[in-house]
Design a protein around this ligand. Sequence first.
Ligand code: PLP
Length: 400
Amino acid sequence: MADDPKTPNARQLRPATLMVRGGATRSEWGETSEGLFLTSGFVYPSAERHLARMAGEEPGYIYSRYANPTVRMFEERLAQLEGAEDCRATSSGMAAVNTMLTAACKPGDRIVAPRALFSSNIWILKNVMPKMGVEVTFVDGTDLSDWKKALSRKTRFTLIETPSNPMLDAVDIRSVADLTHAAGGELIVDNVFASPILQKPLQLGADWVVYSATKHIDGQGRVLGGAILGRQKAIEDEVQQYYRHTGPSMSPFNAWVLLKGLETLDLRVRKMSENARLIADRLAGNPAIHTVRYPGRSDHPHHNIHASQMPEGGGSLVAFAVKGGRKAAFAMLNRLRLIDISNNLGDSKSLITHPATTTHRTLTDEERAEVGLTDDWIRLSVGLEDPADLAEDLEQALAG
Ligand SMILES: *Cc1c(COP(=O)(O)O)cnc(C)c1O
């Protein structure tokens, strides 16, 4: 593709190497770090070459809404890490989900998804898709019989998140992929909570992976970003034209920051996951808490599925329910001295939120009940601080 030159990085290297070097191309100056090509457009040495570039007869960049060298390095590096054939970077995680679905769906198509989804994903499914004449059916993502029933009819896409937000439910990727394929469709996994380090949906049968790069991939609270990953031909056939002409592109500056994020992603995610495990175990014995949910703990109701899909760690998120409902939950949050109250997650700083009144505020009481989210629940995104400091902060706040 004229606006999509391949970087010469096809050798099979291991993930830790790919995250530091994957997709990297150097300019004539031989810079060590990836170049930041903060440019909206590109110039051509002649009218003939301009014609050739535009006609797709010669490789090269045309305009940064289509593709940009820094953005392309990020796309290549993330695709190599994910084991995907190709990637398109987007301005945010929601731009990735919206671009994927609106680009590939047509009137009469059908989407099946769990009720337990990131709230903006639900908003797109409930508001944007029906406007396009796409039918959406919601299921209990943890109940395979519910999936079977819903997927007994022809379906274009299933869209899942696992672990889910905020209850950290497990959806069985392999089974949902098989049922989706039997219904003539493709499975999209929003893999934000696990990150590309801990879970590889494409290896489990998924067709597409989408990310909010804002979360663990940046992981340092700086920029928004997103990504769509899948087969090269499918991206070219289903996504590319929509992406080029509607402008969900990632800024080169953000791509550069996110490339630097990828360099340390493996180290950060493994350490955050280790810290989260320690915190979950410590909270489980706390008298002010009645339930702790952590994918890596054997008392999680879907532990076996999580363990098979995320064998190397339970991730950076912990959910726990305090005795005393909203009042006790708010009082606990307000007593924290170190951990920040924030709806963000996957950051090196530990962040905490009361989902029922914030991230899941727009759900009806009934919808919250369906995913098991009561006012007792608190979601903690564990960061890179010393876990002993985090545990002490949580314990003093819980002791009141
Ligand atoms: C944050 C998030 C998104 C949206 O990403 P943005 O970068 O904020 O647009 C989508 N899905 C999940 C699971 C998320 O956590």
